[in-house]
Design a binder for this molecule. Structure first.
Ligand SMILES: CC(C)(COP(=O)(O)OP(=O)(O)OC[C@H]1O[C@@H](n2cnc3c(N)ncnc32)[C@H](O)[C@@H]1OP(=O)(O)O)[C@@H](O)C(=O)NCCC(=O)NCCS
Length: 168
C-alpha cells in the first residue's frame, strides 16, 4: 500500500531541504541542482509553485511546478525528487502535484521531461497515466561531453478526469 503523504506549499525555510534532496548522491544523473538565490527567486514568482511532501510530519520529497503563468494552459512539472527513492513516496507525491495542478489552475496539459536513462521515473509517470509525446534527441549534455535524449510526457485534463473517476 502507498505510504500516507501530505502535500504542502513550501516556504523560504524549505529551500535548504530542497537543495539537500537535489544533492542526494545519485540524483545528479537525473536532476539539476540550483543555487539558493535561484530557488528563492523562483519561490517568489507566480510562474512557480514549490511543494513539500511529508510522511509522519517529516519531509520526504519535493516538487517544483513551472510555467504556471502560461496562458495556453501548458503547465510544467519542472522537478520532482524524494530523499530515498524506491520506498513508494514518489508515486503519491507525483499524483498529489498532478491533482493540485488540475484542481487549482486552468491547466489543460500538464507536462514534464525525463532523461531517457531515467527508467524509474519514466516507469512511474507512465504507470500513473502520462503519455510519451516525443523525444528531444541528444538535448541534454552530460559531464563527460556525451549527450542524452529527453523524453517528453504529458497528461491532459480530460485524461486526468477520467483517471480519477475510475479510481473513485
Ligand atoms: C523519480 C522518483 C521521484 C520516483 O519516486 P520513488 O519513490 O523512487 O518511486 P516509487 O517507489 O513510488 O516507484 C518506483 C517504481 O519504479 C520501478 N523502478 C525502479 N527502478 C526502475 C528502473 N530502473 N526501470 C524501471 N522501473 C523501475 C519500481 O519497481 C517501482 O514501480 P512499481 O511500484 O510499479 O514496481 C524518485 O525515484 C527520485 O527522486 N529519483 C531521483 C530524482 C529523479 O530522477 N527525479 C525525476 C526527474 S524526471
Amino acid at each position: 500500500m502507498a505510504p500516507r503523504l501530505t502535500l504542502r506549499r513550501a516556504g523560504a525555510e524549505d529551500i535548504r531541504f530542497v537543495m539537500a534532496v537535489e544533492a542526494t548522491p545519485g540524483h545528479d544523473a537525473f536532476i539539476n541542482q540550483q543555487a539558493e538565490a535561484e530557488h528563492a527567486a523562483q519561490l517568489a514568482s507566480p510562474a512557480f509553485a514549490y511543494f513539500i511532501a511529508e510522511a509522519e510530519a517529516a519531509p520526504v520529497g519535493f516538487a517544483i511546478l513551472s510555467e504556471l503563468t502560461d496562458r495556453r494552459g501548458n503547465h510544467c512539472l519542472k522537478r520532482i525528487a524524494v530523499a530515498q527513492p524506491g520506498r513508494g513516496f514518489g508515486t503519491p507525491l507525483f499524483n498529489a502535484v498532478t491533482d493540485w495542478t488540475f484542481a487549482n489552475t486552468a491547466a489543460h496539459r500538464f507536462w514534464l521531461h525525463a532523461l531517457a536513462s531515467n527508467g524509474r521515473a519514466l516507469h512511474v509517470y507512465q504507470r500513473e497515466g502520462f503519455t510519451i509525446e516525443g523525444r528531444l534527441r541528444q538535448a541534454r549534455p552530460r559531464p563527460d561531453g556525451s549527450r542524452e535524449d529527453l523524453i517528453i510526457l504529458s497528461l491532459l485534463r480530460p485524461e486526468w478526469q477520467a483517471l480519477r473517476r475510475r479510481a473513485a
